[in-house]
Ligand binder design. Structure first.
Ligand code: TMP
Length: 217
Protein backbone atom coordinates (compact mmCIF):
# COMPACT_ATOMS: atom_id res chain seq x y z
CA UNK A 1 0.00 0.00 0.00
CA UNK A 2 1.50 3.38 -0.95
CA UNK A 3 0.90 6.02 1.70
CA UNK A 4 1.55 9.69 1.28
CA UNK A 5 3.75 11.79 3.49
CA UNK A 6 3.06 15.33 4.56
CA UNK A 7 5.10 18.11 3.04
CA UNK A 8 7.64 19.78 5.26
CA UNK A 9 5.39 22.29 7.03
CA UNK A 10 8.04 23.04 9.64
CA UNK A 11 10.33 21.20 12.01
CA UNK A 12 7.29 20.00 13.94
CA UNK A 13 6.59 16.34 14.43
CA UNK A 14 3.33 14.54 14.03
CA UNK A 15 3.31 11.36 16.14
CA UNK A 16 0.41 8.92 16.31
CA UNK A 17 -0.14 6.18 18.88
CA UNK A 18 -1.88 3.00 17.83
CA UNK A 19 -2.81 -0.43 19.12
CA UNK A 20 -5.77 -2.58 20.05
CA UNK A 21 -8.11 -1.36 22.79
CA UNK A 22 -6.45 -1.68 26.22
CA UNK A 23 -2.85 -1.54 24.89
CA UNK A 24 -1.88 1.42 27.12
CA UNK A 25 -1.47 4.34 24.69
CA UNK A 26 -2.41 7.06 27.17
CA UNK A 27 0.53 6.44 29.48
CA UNK A 28 3.10 6.78 26.67
CA UNK A 29 1.43 9.91 25.37
CA UNK A 30 1.68 11.38 28.89
CA UNK A 31 5.39 10.53 28.97
CA UNK A 32 6.14 12.10 25.59
CA UNK A 33 4.16 15.22 26.49
CA UNK A 34 6.29 15.45 29.69
CA UNK A 35 9.62 15.07 27.81
CA UNK A 36 8.58 17.72 25.31
CA UNK A 37 7.57 20.08 28.09
CA UNK A 38 10.95 19.57 29.82
CA UNK A 39 12.67 20.32 26.51
CA UNK A 40 10.59 23.50 26.10
CA UNK A 41 8.86 22.21 22.96
CA UNK A 42 5.19 23.04 22.43
CA UNK A 43 2.84 20.16 21.81
CA UNK A 44 -0.83 19.43 21.56
CA UNK A 45 -2.69 16.18 22.13
CA UNK A 46 -5.65 15.02 20.11
CA UNK A 47 -7.80 11.92 20.06
CA UNK A 48 -9.74 10.10 17.39
CA UNK A 49 -12.54 9.90 16.79
CA UNK A 50 -13.16 13.33 18.30
CA UNK A 51 -10.84 16.17 19.26
CA UNK A 52 -13.18 18.91 17.95
CA UNK A 53 -16.76 19.69 18.97
CA UNK A 54 -18.02 18.25 15.66
CA UNK A 55 -15.72 15.23 16.02
CA UNK A 56 -16.89 14.54 19.57
CA UNK A 57 -20.50 14.42 18.31
CA UNK A 58 -19.41 11.95 15.62
CA UNK A 59 -17.58 9.94 18.32
CA UNK A 60 -20.78 9.58 20.32
CA UNK A 61 -22.54 8.03 17.31
CA UNK A 62 -19.61 5.77 16.44
CA UNK A 63 -19.18 4.34 19.93
CA UNK A 64 -22.83 4.14 20.93
CA UNK A 65 -23.80 0.48 21.46
CA UNK A 66 -27.33 1.46 20.36
CA UNK A 67 -25.97 2.11 16.82
CA UNK A 68 -25.61 -1.61 16.11
CA UNK A 69 -27.19 -1.29 12.65
CA UNK A 70 -24.37 0.97 11.37
CA UNK A 71 -23.07 -0.22 7.99
CA UNK A 72 -19.35 -0.63 7.26
CA UNK A 73 -19.41 2.24 4.77
CA UNK A 74 -21.07 4.57 7.25
CA UNK A 75 -18.48 3.60 9.85
CA UNK A 76 -15.57 4.36 7.51
CA UNK A 77 -17.07 7.68 6.45
CA UNK A 78 -17.81 8.80 10.01
CA UNK A 79 -14.27 8.02 11.23
CA UNK A 80 -12.91 9.81 8.15
CA UNK A 81 -15.21 12.82 8.65
CA UNK A 82 -14.07 13.21 12.24
CA UNK A 83 -10.45 13.00 11.02
CA UNK A 84 -10.96 15.59 8.26
CA UNK A 85 -12.42 18.05 10.79
CA UNK A 86 -9.60 17.42 13.28
CA UNK A 87 -6.94 18.03 10.63
CA UNK A 88 -8.46 21.25 9.33
CA UNK A 89 -9.42 22.70 12.69
CA UNK A 90 -6.58 21.55 14.95
CA UNK A 91 -3.69 19.49 13.53
CA UNK A 92 -2.61 21.59 10.53
CA UNK A 93 -2.78 24.92 12.39
CA UNK A 94 -0.69 23.42 15.23
CA UNK A 95 1.97 21.98 12.87
CA UNK A 96 2.12 25.28 11.02
CA UNK A 97 2.86 27.03 14.33
CA UNK A 98 5.70 24.56 14.97
CA UNK A 99 4.02 22.54 17.74
CA UNK A 100 4.31 18.77 17.95
CA UNK A 101 1.05 16.88 17.55
CA UNK A 102 0.50 13.70 19.59
CA UNK A 103 -2.46 11.79 18.21
CA UNK A 104 -4.31 9.05 20.07
CA UNK A 105 -5.03 7.09 16.86
CA UNK A 106 -5.03 8.30 13.24
CA UNK A 107 -5.34 6.74 9.75
CA UNK A 108 -3.77 3.41 10.69
CA UNK A 109 -6.72 2.76 13.02
CA UNK A 110 -9.07 2.87 10.02
CA UNK A 111 -6.87 0.43 8.07
CA UNK A 112 -6.56 -1.89 11.08
CA UNK A 113 -10.15 -1.77 12.39
CA UNK A 114 -12.23 -1.19 9.26
CA UNK A 115 -9.82 -2.77 6.77
CA UNK A 116 -8.45 -5.81 8.60
CA UNK A 117 -11.14 -6.05 11.32
CA UNK A 118 -14.25 -5.52 9.18
CA UNK A 119 -12.78 -6.66 5.85
CA UNK A 120 -13.22 -3.33 4.01
CA UNK A 121 -11.15 -3.20 0.80
CA UNK A 122 -7.73 -1.70 1.62
CA UNK A 123 -7.15 0.10 -1.69
CA UNK A 124 -10.54 1.78 -1.44
CA UNK A 125 -9.78 2.74 2.15
CA UNK A 126 -6.45 4.22 1.09
CA UNK A 127 -8.25 6.33 -1.52
CA UNK A 128 -10.80 7.60 1.01
CA UNK A 129 -8.06 8.34 3.53
CA UNK A 130 -5.96 10.27 1.03
CA UNK A 131 -8.97 12.42 0.28
CA UNK A 132 -10.08 12.88 3.89
CA UNK A 133 -6.58 13.75 5.13
CA UNK A 134 -5.39 15.73 2.08
CA UNK A 135 -2.31 13.47 2.24
CA UNK A 136 -1.35 14.43 5.81
CA UNK A 137 0.32 11.38 7.34
CA UNK A 138 2.13 10.96 10.69
CA UNK A 139 5.92 11.32 10.74
CA UNK A 140 6.15 8.53 13.31
CA UNK A 141 3.67 5.97 14.57
CA UNK A 142 4.12 4.18 17.88
CA UNK A 143 2.44 0.79 17.77
CA UNK A 144 1.78 -0.74 21.18
CA UNK A 145 1.51 -4.41 20.38
CA UNK A 146 0.17 -7.02 22.77
CA UNK A 147 -1.94 -10.13 22.86
CA UNK A 148 -5.71 -9.62 22.72
CA UNK A 149 -6.15 -11.39 26.08
CA UNK A 150 -3.68 -9.02 27.80
CA UNK A 151 -5.45 -5.96 26.40
CA UNK A 152 -8.89 -7.33 27.28
CA UNK A 153 -7.89 -7.90 30.89
CA UNK A 154 -6.60 -4.31 31.12
CA UNK A 155 -9.88 -3.01 29.69
CA UNK A 156 -11.79 -4.97 32.32
CA UNK A 157 -9.66 -3.41 35.07
CA UNK A 158 -10.53 0.18 34.11
CA UNK A 159 -12.65 1.81 36.84
CA UNK A 160 -16.34 1.83 35.83
CA UNK A 161 -15.40 -0.08 32.66
CA UNK A 162 -18.30 -0.30 30.21
CA UNK A 163 -17.45 -1.46 26.71
CA UNK A 164 -18.31 0.76 23.74
CA UNK A 165 -19.61 -0.45 20.34
CA UNK A 166 -16.13 -1.32 18.99
CA UNK A 167 -14.71 -2.71 22.25
CA UNK A 168 -17.76 -5.01 22.44
CA UNK A 169 -16.74 -6.82 19.23
CA UNK A 170 -15.70 -10.46 19.68
CA UNK A 171 -12.09 -11.41 20.42
CA UNK A 172 -11.61 -12.60 16.83
CA UNK A 173 -12.22 -9.09 15.53
CA UNK A 174 -9.52 -7.67 17.82
CA UNK A 175 -7.14 -10.43 16.75
CA UNK A 176 -7.59 -9.38 13.11
CA UNK A 177 -7.06 -5.74 14.11
CA UNK A 178 -3.81 -6.66 15.86
CA UNK A 179 -2.58 -8.60 12.83
CA UNK A 180 -3.59 -5.66 10.65
CA UNK A 181 -1.48 -3.25 12.68
CA UNK A 182 1.51 -5.59 12.47
CA UNK A 183 1.06 -5.84 8.70
CA UNK A 184 0.97 -2.04 8.37
CA UNK A 185 4.10 -1.73 10.52
CA UNK A 186 5.97 -4.24 8.37
CA UNK A 187 4.98 -2.25 5.26
CA UNK A 188 6.46 0.99 6.65
CA UNK A 189 9.29 0.06 9.01
CA UNK A 190 10.77 3.57 9.13
CA UNK A 191 7.52 5.25 10.20
CA UNK A 192 6.50 2.63 12.75
CA UNK A 193 8.11 1.90 16.11
CA UNK A 194 6.68 -1.34 17.52
CA UNK A 195 6.78 -1.69 21.31
CA UNK A 196 5.99 -4.82 23.29
CA UNK A 197 3.03 -3.56 25.32
CA UNK A 198 2.65 -6.81 27.26
CA UNK A 199 5.66 -5.81 29.38
CA UNK A 200 5.18 -3.92 32.67
CA UNK A 201 4.40 -0.29 32.01
CA UNK A 202 7.74 1.10 33.23
CA UNK A 203 9.61 -1.19 30.85
CA UNK A 204 7.43 -0.15 27.91
CA UNK A 205 8.08 3.51 28.80
CA UNK A 206 11.84 2.79 28.97
CA UNK A 207 11.80 1.12 25.54
CA UNK A 208 9.85 4.06 24.18
CA UNK A 209 12.42 6.49 25.58
CA UNK A 210 15.31 4.60 24.02
CA UNK A 211 13.76 3.67 20.71
CA UNK A 212 11.92 6.91 20.02
CA UNK A 213 12.97 9.85 22.17
CA UNK A 214 16.73 9.20 22.20
CA UNK A 215 16.77 7.84 18.63
CA UNK A 216 14.85 10.84 17.26
CA UNK A 217 16.56 13.50 19.36
P1 TMP B 1 -10.39 4.96 21.64
O1 TMP B 1 -11.15 4.03 22.56
O2 TMP B 1 -8.95 4.61 21.49
O3 TMP B 1 -10.66 6.39 21.94
O4 TMP B 1 -10.96 4.69 20.15
C1 TMP B 1 -12.29 4.55 19.90
C2 TMP B 1 -12.59 3.25 19.22
O5 TMP B 1 -12.73 3.47 17.81
C3 TMP B 1 -11.53 2.16 19.37
O6 TMP B 1 -12.22 0.94 19.65
C4 TMP B 1 -10.89 2.07 18.02
C5 TMP B 1 -11.98 2.52 17.08
N1 TMP B 1 -11.52 3.16 15.85
C6 TMP B 1 -11.84 2.58 14.62
O7 TMP B 1 -12.49 1.52 14.56
N2 TMP B 1 -11.43 3.23 13.48
C7 TMP B 1 -10.75 4.42 13.51
O8 TMP B 1 -10.41 4.96 12.45
C8 TMP B 1 -10.44 5.00 14.80
C9 TMP B 1 -9.71 6.30 14.87
C10 TMP B 1 -10.83 4.33 15.93
Amino acid sequence: MVLEKRGALSGAKFVSFEGIDGCGKTTLMDRLAGWLEEAGIACIRVREPGGTSIGEKIREILLDTACSEMTRRTEVLLYSASRAQLIGEVIEPALEKGAWVLADRFVDATFAYQGFGRGFDLERLAMIQRWATGGLWPDKTILLDCDVAVAASRLGQRPGAKRDRIESEAGDFHKKVREGYLFLAREEPTRFVILDAAKPLEEVAKDFHERFWLAEG
